[in-house]
Ligand binder design. Structure first.
Ligand code: 9D3
Length: 223
């Protein structure tokens, strides 16, 4: 899968994506990240990517022309996505949706925002990664690339298959333990050492339900 990224900070990429599962996928070519510097699509002496907002107000707005020019010259044919705080929230369902395409074009916003004509007339989808304020769309783009990449065939490899226990059945995961059986006086729950697999399954299910109820009541469907 090819990810094209449009940004004023191309040096931020691949960043964390060069490590672990995505790092291996980049190395073996199952995914590629093609980074485009927004400034290369400007034509003025100062390579200006932003301008003052019409109507006044603080901060600067990303100009439409370089963004339109960059997208019109894209390699892929898949969805064009703007990362912005005004977007639809990126969820596992959206990740599955995006993973069905062979390429994505991700536009990273910065400053106060992006000229609205980009959102209205150029992009197919506007995504936010959640209700908190970032300084720009680059980290959000990396989050999307990470979550979508692991759903692609061959990316996870030997690691667990992308059956997303925590979201697909609407529950958080049960607690995990490994050796030692007692650490700084804290014992692993007895049941896990018992070898009673059916009982262990029941315990895990109960734990998953209890912590979902407590921590994420919004995820609690009737299970
Ligand atoms: C501080 C300026 N804000 C006014 C109250 C508006 C604003 C503009 C640009 C807030 C954040 C940003 C930069 N954020 C993103 O580009 C972004 C983002 C985010 O901030 N949160 C969650 N998902 C995303 S995706 C892109």
């Amino acid at each position: 899968m090819r990810f094209e990224v449009l940004t004023i900070f191309p040096d931020m990429f691949p960043g964390p994506l060069a490590h672990g599962v995505t790092g291996r996928a980049l190395q073996n070519g199952r995914i590629t990240v093609m980074v485009h510097d927004l400034r290369t699509y400007t034509h003025d002496r100062h390579r200006q990517v932003d301008d003052v907002p019409y109507g006044g107000g603080a901060g600067m707005v990303l100009k439409p022309e370089p963004i339109f020019e960059a997208v019109h010259g894209r390699h892929g044919t898949g969805p064009v996505i703007l990362l912005s705080p005004q977007g639809e929230v990126f969820t596992q369902v959206v990740a599955h949706d995006l993973a069905a395409h062979d390429d994505l074009y991700l536009i990273c916003g910065r400053y106060e925002g992006v000229d609205e004509r980009v959102a209205e007339f150029l992009v197919d989808r506007e995504l936010s990664i959640g209700d908190f304020i970032l300084t720009g769309g680059e980290l959000a783009a990396m989050v999307v690339i990470d979550a979508v990449s692991r759903l692609r065939t061959g990316v996870l490899g030997a690691e667990a298959s992308p059956v997303d226990e925590s979201f697909v059945d609407g529950l958080l995961e049960y607690p995990h333990y490994t050796r030692p059986p007692v650490f700084e006086g804290h014992a692993v729950p007895e049941i896990l050492l018992s070898g009673h697999h059916a009982e262990i399954e029941k315990w895990r299910r109960a734990q998953a339900k209890a912590r979902t109820q407590q921590r994420r009541p919004d995820l609690s469907r009737d299970q």
